[in-house]
Design a protein around this ligand. Structure first.
Ligand SMILES: Cc1cc2nc3c(=O)[nH]c(=O)nc-3n(C[C@H](O)[C@H](O)[C@H](O)COP(=O)(O)O)c2cc1C
Length: 178
């Protein structure tokens, strides 16, 4: 039996998504690529594409580009500061994945990290105004999980990536390609 060809493709900024993508690619001996390295029809070379995108202001980085491309089978993972147990999975999918692909595309969430030194000038500069805006807008008990995570970590250097978080994805993909 020939082994299925898998690619792990990621789009990120600080480095946590690449870390998860690297662990997953190692587990399946898959090709590891940044989204910009893939040509328009390049994903068709693979039986399965595992795409990882960092969450930025509720949007999965690279998702629009990904959705314009052709692929055979797709699994997505997202990486964010909001703890996966608190994440509004439904809202994230509704905002990022077209309705006709939502049920066909499994999405896993992993806890990421933060390091404002790794951000570009613009993103670094808007962190403090965003914090003031959130605090002015809402009392603490009305904050969403995303807002609570932002306020907790926006000025810190944290890495909450854990290898064992990828186990459900590994199990899912293992069954798919077995
Ligand atoms: C401008 C900005 C917006 C963000 N918005 C969110 C968000 O809406 N939800 C979330 O869970 N994490 C959010 N994060 C946190 C990142 O998703 C988190 O730091 C993640 O680890 C980044 O992945 P990367 O290290 O691969 O770039 C945001 C980070 C930045 C810099």
């Amino acid at each position: 039996m020939t082994r299925k060809k898998i690619a792990v493709i990621y789009k990120a900024k600080i480095g946590m998504t690449k870390q998860y993508a690297t662990w997953i690619a190692e587990a399946f001996k898959a090709d590891l690529l940044e989204l910009s390295e893939i040509e328009q029809f390049g994903m068709l070379k693979y039986d399965l594409v595992i795409f990882g995108g960092a969450i930025s202001a509720g949007t999965i980085r690279g998702i629009n580009d990904l959705m314009k491309r052709a692929y055979r089978e797709l699994v997505i993972f997202t990486v964010g500061m909001t703890p996966p147990s608190d994440l509004d999975h439904h809202a994230l999918l509704e905002r990022n994945i077209p309705a006709d692909r939502r049920t066909k595309t499994p999405v896993f969430h992993f806890h990421g990290g933060f390091d404002c030194k790794m951000l570009g000038f613009f993103e670094r500069t808007i962190l403090v105004p965003i914090k003031s805006f959130i605090l002015k807008l809402k009392p603490t008990h009305k904050l969403t999980a995303d807002e609570r995570a932002f306020l907790k970590y926006y000025d810190k250097q944290v890495d909450l990536c854990k290898w064992k978080s990828i186990l459900p994805l590994l199990e899912y993909v293992h069954e798919k390609v077995a």
